[in-house]
Design a protein around this ligand. Structure first.
Ligand SMILES: [Zn+2]
Length: 101
């Protein structure tokens, strides 16, 4: 299954929290996501390669302009933590909000 998590949910959440705390992952709600099949690049959350049979989510960090790559499950884990720390808005609503430039 392309959407199957590569790590257990609890582990993804722990890594998302750690990434945000260490500043490796921005604390933002994604407003623009490019999705496609993986190209073998490393996931910014779990550090594992995103294989061609997995869905890859590409998000641009609005602070640094850096492109971040995630497995779909890793992206959700990260966004869930961001939402919890920001306004408590679930990620699925974040995508419906007005896009910033
Ligand atoms: Zn991942």
């Amino acid at each position: 299954m392309p959407t199957e998590p590569v790590l257990p949910e609890s582990e993804l959440r722990a890594r998302a929290l750690q990434g945000i705390e260490e500043g490796r992952l921005p604390l933002v709600l994604s407003t623009h996501i490019d999705a496609g099949y993986g190209e073998g690049v490393r996931c910014d959350l779990c550090d594992k390669a995103i294989d061609a049979d997995k869905i890859e989510y590409d998000v641009t960090d609005p602070n640094s302009g850096k492109c971040l790559h995630f497995h779909i499950a890793c992206h959700f884990a990260w966004q869930r933590e961001c939402a919890r720390r920001l306004k408590g808005v679930p990620p699925r609503y974040a995508e419906l909000r007005k896009r910033r430039s």
